[in-house]
Design a protein around this ligand. Structure first.
Ligand code: ADP
Ligand code: ZN
Length: 740
């Protein structure tokens, strides 16, 4: 029954025929007025409304404005049988929209990303099965899949067979052909089961005094019932997870909901296992590895408060929690919390925003916090808890530089004699070594020794990278792959293609040649077909199935290898090249994270950093472990340059098929900088983006820099609106870009 529940104070009920404003998921820059349907509706209700010939998804936003021809206003077609988006959620979406300059319809789409929204159980519906294509593609099939892909993003209902045929202008035979091919699937809309209750009384571990003090501080913060953010800092293995699980217990005991964000799916299952051990049952999961059916269940149960805890990826921030009490952002510094998707947002910042509207506490956990969080602690905006040492006998590894200028190493080899000695000692003691190199594939460059040609991607300004394990070349920008050729694609000479520079696969080859008896294995995202496969391999390695592990940044992320006692960083200088002002911070975090993999259990660890510039301030800070000193120096440099977190920045990327058109648009923007100048902001560019062509589109970048207090978003919106954007050019605006 619609009105059986008591309404929250700021929710309004509308009777049939009342004028309501509906925010739709269609690209319109305002809400639309409708009449409330039979049975009425209330603010926050998810509804279907007629728009032209279609029915679209929307949310009742408030009373209508009535500034339209009243006789033309149509009625809401249907109120979905879903929990309404509450006032806190709606306010969050509005604020997030304004902050990221993302139109409200796109924001609402994020919040309604639930398969089969509003469908009655028992109905047979057709779903898209991932982004794959059928073996035989036809124009008609293409239309069906395009339609589904387009609407999938909007969380629109899945279709019945005949709906799909008529909406795509094809026949049921076409749809049946696709069903047979497996690109789409038909399922019965499931009945949703609530999640079993987690038991906060279940006994936890006996905490150390450091840990108890941290847990008590978080409990006290939660008892305030108000918003607050705490940075929970401690080296890997210090028990941050144990401490924030105590905060989870407190929130659960209060009957409030909990969201834990992890930067990578591969970390989920270990964490879920710990939650189960601690609270007696598994929490809900929300990430790309979760089936449609389960996603739907999570979305609905979260809205009804029948899921108490969700563990997931950053998009879980947009689930319709009705009483969110705690958000944990684990590994808060992780770059993957900010990704280029339709909406550019940093999950850490959005978590804080979301919590502030819900009166929730945020815990940002990290061994190597972001500079932003450190500055917020200094400014008194965040509280801070430190876990000083590792739990048990484990110690942070000894860090040493290997000065590559002094190492005797032939060209084409990257493992220094010093590192070789270290590995040999581990092999002797039956301990593991990890060699870290943040480069996927065999070699970054493939060069023809006959003509000098370097194999490049046809669609991007990027080289094709050889992946020797699979015998293919691959573009890391667009994913284009092709078999590794025998002859040079430019001059046609056979057998002259040579690998230049190191990748993880090549390191594996070198390590194997040095230690023929050793079991060498590579951990790199491209070598695993699924998170499950990766997780299985990580578990095998943790149990001792390898002697030497070669890994990309994947290994830096919280995996636990108890037998590992040596970390060798192949090229510690790699991240320090280029002009990115965040390079120092990123390198510092990455090196400390990677080094933190060593020596977790009884055996002490050692980290060897191969570098050509051991006197570089960042390398010195990494070696000395003087974190506070490093941050203070970094903060001072950022303040002097007037860049985030002290100044504000926005990055604009313009892209299009015609390079001149893209540049001209960029130049026109740069000239029309009146609205920016009025707030004292400066615009730089246009300049070619770091990768100047991706997927056949030329990319040009502009940077805008303003004082911290300047109303940047409003000025940006005015600025962009006054220059005509060519139809073929796309524009994306990134507030607080990750590199500048
Ligand atoms: P972090 O999150 O800081 O990396 P964890 O919470 O994962 O650290 O702790 C590292 C390991 O030490 C885990 O296996 C954890 O169960 C164990 N541990 C931490 N604190 C305690 C404790 N007080 N009692 C028993 N085991 C603990
Ligand atoms: Zn490419």
């Amino acid at each position: 029954m619609l009105f059986s529940d008591p309404l929250p104070p700021n929710e309004t009920a509308f009777a049939q025929g009342d004028l309501v404003a509906v925010q739709t998921t269609q690209p319109l820059d305002r809400t639309l007025d409708y009449r409330a349907p039979e049975g009425g509706c209330r603010t926050g209700d998810l509804v279907e409304v007629p728009l032209g010939p279609r029915r679209v998804l929307g949310c009742v936003w408030g009373p209508g404005r009535g500034d339209f021809d009243l006789s033309k206003i149509r009625a809401v077609a249907r109120v979905l049988d879903e929990a309404p988006l509450d006032a806190a959620m709606r306010a969050f979406l509005e604020k997030a929209s304004a902050y990221t300059l993302t139109p409200m319809p796109v924001m609402l789409r994020l919040a309604t990303r639930c398969p089969d929204l509003g469908a009655a159980p028992g109905m047979r519906r057709i779903y898209r099965r991932g982004p794959g294509e059928p073996a035989r593609m036809t124009e008609a099939r293409g239309r069906v899949l395009d339609l589904m892909d387009e609407l999938d993003d909007g969380g629109a209902p899945a279709f019945t067979l005949s709906e799909l045929a008529s909406l795509s202008g094809t026949s049921t035979a076409v749809v049946k052909g696709l069903l047979k091919g497996g690109a789409i699937a038909e399922e019965e809309a499931p009945r949703d089961l609530p999640f079993p209750a987690l038991d906060p009384q279940h006994p936890g571990k006996a905490l150390t005094s450091d840990q108890s003090a941290g847990a008590e501080a978080l409990r006290t913060a939660l008892r305030s019932g108000r918003y607050g953010t705490t940075l929970l800092k401690g080296v890997t293995g210090s028990g941050k997870t144990e401490v924030y699980l105590e905060a989870v217990a407190e929130a659960l005991a209060q009957g409030r909901q909990v969201l834990v964000l992890l930067p990578e799916i591969a970390l989920t299952s270990e964490f879920i296992f710990r939650v189960e051990a601690r609270f007696g049952t598994r929490p809900a999961e929300w990430h790309s590895g979760v089936t449609q059916t389960e996603r739907r269940r999570v979305w609905r149960m979260v809205g009804r408060h029948e899921a108490q805890m969700v563990v997931g990826a950053r998009s879980a921030l947009f689930l319709p929690f009705s009483d969110l009490g705690l958000i944990v952002v684990d590994e808060e510094h992780d770059q993957s919390y900010k990704q280029e998707e339709t909406v550019l947002y940093n999950a850490r910042d959005m978590a804080v925003l979301r919590a502030s509207f819900s009166g929730a506490q945020v815990v940002l956990a990290s061994a190597t916090p972001s500079l932003e969080s450190w500055v917020n602690v200094q400014a008194g905006k965040y509280a801070r808890i430190d876990l000083a040492s590792r739990y048990g006998p484990a110690r942070m590894p000894a860090m040493k530089a290997v000065d590559m200028r002094d190492e005797d190493l032939p060209s084409g080899r990257w493992i220094s004699p010093t590192l070789v000695q270290g590995i040999a000692a581990r092999l002797e003691r039956k301990e593991q070594s990890l060699l870290f190199l943040n480069r996927r594939g065999y070699a970054p460059v493939t060069l023809c020794r006959a003509c000098g040609h370097q194999i490049a991607c046809p669609h991007c300004d990027a080289r094709m990278v050889e992946h020797r394990f699979r015998g293919r070349l691959m573009c890391h920008q667009c994913g284009e792959t092709r078999p590794m050729p025998v002859e040079c694609p430019s001059c046609g000479v056979e057998g002259k293609l040579a690998a230049v520079g190191p990748g993880v696969e090549r390191m594996a080859e070198e390590a194997q040649a040095l230690f023929p008896e050793a079991r060498v294995t590579v951990l790199s995202s491209d070598l695993f077909s699924s998170a499950r496969a990766l997780k299985a391999r990580v578990a095998e390695i943790a149990a001792g199935a390898a002697d030497i592990v070669i890994g990309t940044q994947l290994v830096a992320k919280g995996h636990n290898f108890p037998l590992l006692t040596l970390v060798g960083v192949i090229d510690a200088d790699l991240g320090l090249q280029g002009s990115d002002l965040r390079a120092a911070e990123k390198t510092f975090q990455m090196m400390r994270q990677v080094a933190g993999r060593a020596g977790r259990a009884e055996a002490p660890g050692e980290a060897l950093l191969q570098t050509f510039q051991p006197e570089h301030p960042v390398i010195r800070a990494i070696l000395s472990g003087d974190e506070e000193g490093f941050w203070a120096a970094e903060a001072a440099a950022r303040r002097a340059a007037g860049v985030p977190p002290y100044g504000r920045m926005a990055g604009l990327v313009l892209s299009g098929p015609d390079v001149q058109e893209v540049f001209d648009f960029g130049a026109a923007l740069a000239r029309a900088d009146g609205p920016l100048r009025r707030i004292g902001a400066q615009v730089f560019g246009p300049a070619p983006a770091p990768i100047a062509r991706v997927r056949g589109r030329h990319r040009v970048r502009l940077l805008v820099k303003a004082e911290r207090s300047a109303p940047l978003q409003a000025a940006l919106a005015d600025w962009v609106a006054q220059v005509r954007q060519p139809g073929a050019v796309r524009l994306s605006i990134d507030i607080d870009p990750q590199s500048f």
